[in-house]
Design a protein around this ligand. Sequence first.
Ligand code: FAD
Length: 122
Amino acid sequence: MPSRKLLTHHIKQPVKIILFHSCSLEELLPGAQASNEEQLAGYVLSTAASTYHAAGTCKMSDPSTDPLTVVDENFVVVGFNNLRIVDGSVLPLLTPVNPSATIYMVAEKAADVIKQQNAAKK
Ligand SMILES: Cc1cc2nc3c(=O)[nH]c(=O)nc-3n(C[C@H](O)[C@H](O)[C@H](O)COP(=O)(O)OP(=O)(O)OC[C@H]3O[C@@H](n4cnc5c(N)ncnc54)[C@H](O)[C@@H]3O)c2cc1C
């Protein structure tokens, strides 16, 4: 599962920061009991939370290659012609910073796409 690979790939970085600040020689979290990919994925799934930055429930992607696609690059819902989604739900991945500024840019881009497509119809 690609999302599990992504989670487990990135989890070691914050662990190193914890070690640096605590001056400990032992890994604190997730600890020795979670070392292979499956164990790390289990650790992430049991401890991760979206907090206030939920995103990506209507992923923008390429519908011809990604079965999880909900909207295409023009914000149009796959299978529809005139239904678009323009909010944080289209982010394929959560940004590494607070998401509001990115979502403003997504909205600006969507406005440009809609204006261009409406102008092309005239
Ligand atoms: C407590 C909290 C603190 C946060 N702090 C920060 C921060 O400091 N910095 C930052 O970058 N991000 C912050 N975020 C995250 C940020 O607010 C959100 O990621 C962002 O607002 C999401 O934008 P959005 O347009 O996707 O959705 P929203 O801002 O949730 O907008 C959705 C809108 O759609 C409306 N709506 C819903 N259903 C319907 C319907 N059926 N018909 C009509 N309208 C509908 C809702 O009323 C709402 O106005 C915070 C979030 C929370 C909850």
